[in-house]
Unconditional design. Structure first.
Length: 135
């Protein structure tokens, strides 16, 4: 049985950061309620990296919660990002993505089309799809 494609469940309005942005911006993104997955790093809409919460925590180790710590204002996204991240295309099936998320131990994968970042798909998106499908 063929499943729907990722484009049907992906998040389209993705919060992204640029490689030159300071970690203070990343801190503020993670402080937002319910934001807990990876942040894509883009340059001219092209995916160039990803930041996970673990990457961020390691990168600011010892900084504390105050915005005025110089780690947040001196370090840039490019200092802690994972370059060349795995990504998927919008026409891949949800079954295929579910397998990639499981085997790759990812919680989120960027969706790229024509070298342009167009969305992100998370494990929560896939679970929600299967739950709705079996109602």
């Amino acid at each position: 049985m063929k499943t729907d494609v990722i484009a049907s469940i992906m998040t389209k309005n993705v919060i992204c950061v640029s490689p030159k942005q300071k970690l203070l911006d990343v801190k503020h993104i993670y402080e937002k309620k319910n934001f807990h997955h990876h942040i894509p790093v883009t340059e001219n809409d092209k995916l160039v990296g990803m930041i996970s919460l673990a990457d961020f925590m390691y990168g600011v180790n010892g900084a504390g919660p105050a915005d005025d710590n110089e780690i947040y204002t001196k370090k840039a996204v490019e200092d802690i990002m994972m370059p060349h991240p795995k990504y998927v295309g919008p026409n891949e099936t949800i079954d295929d993505i579910a397998e990639k998320l499981t085997k790759g131990r990812y919680r989120a994968l960027p969706v790229v089309e024509d070298n342009k970042m167009i969305g992100i798909v998370t494990t929560a998106d896939v679970i929600r799809y299967y739950l709705n499908k079996h109602k």
